[in-house]
Design a protein around this ligand. Sequence first.
Ligand SMILES: [Zn+2]
Ligand SMILES: [Zn+2]
Length: 348
Amino acid sequence: MTSMALAATLFGPEDLRMVERPLDPLASGMVRIRFGAGGICGSDMHYYRHARTGDFVVTSPLVLGHEIAGEVVEIAGSVPDVKVGDRVALNPSRWCGHCKPCRENRPNLCENIFFMGSASKTPHMQGGFASYFDAVPAQCVKIPDHVTYQAAALAEPLAVCLHAVARAGDVTGKRAVLFGAGPIGLLTMLAAQRAGIAEATVVDIAAAPLAFATRLGANHVVDISSGEEALKAEAATRPFDVAFEVSGTAAGLASAIGAVRRGGVVVQVGNLPGGQIPVPANAVMAKEIDLRGSFRFGMEFFTAVELIADGSVDVLSLVTAERPLSVAPDAVRLALDRSQSVKVVLTA
Ligand SMILES: [Zn+2]
Ligand SMILES: [Zn+2]
């Protein structure tokens, strides 16, 4: 059995280091995972740059990573349903199963949730950008042999997007506009298309991600880097029934509220900067907009694994680079460069 793990550990803003640490003996009822692949998420990048994402602040060293797949290498005690050698996608959420949101089948809102690689709680729950890490069996979702670890790792962001589309309600035949052409925006587009939207318009302030959105199947793209005239014209000819704010910016949320039609739905998926954010709240009132939050995911994680396994969603089409875990800090810096990166995936 291995006794050491190498983990991408964040100590402060732009201070991400590969740190080797001894592994504790595996606790009873737990499983040990050997890292297979890990997607670098926007929140990992926020943590890297600012040692915070939204209102979650890193106060002690944090191993990043919550989009993870790997192999079960050790099991402590008797654990049904999981075997040594299983290849698994890791659900980064640990839900309690008995609080009110859990009982209402909204486990993403669990009052006692732990989430890998997140500073939402102190002490922080460590992430999966580590050569070995431990999980509870319920986090392990078996993947078929033909699914690569790279694809399985992207079940997590796909689950986020399936949840966002679910929050929009029935989108069949509707026109959707998405603010932010990063991985979550693009996967939300693919999820919304699967759910039956008529058209997807993707809005961003950078040319390269918009070109990528077009290749991936966006019906229209709008660059608002030098103003919103084109967006206003688009909204006038093709009113948007539903808007997804996926950029994580106050400007994106304001634009979404401005662009959606009267009586439309705005889903806020992006994690905005922390603190008080000015929003055009009177437009929410005057247009009777349904403004809905979307946070992580619940059972959509299992759906995401299925959709990847049966080929319904080609998550690998978003991957622009693969780098070994051992150079995770460089890989995070590469992911931050939107002129060349959409999704960067770490491999073993
Ligand atoms: Zn993520
Ligand atoms: Zn709960």
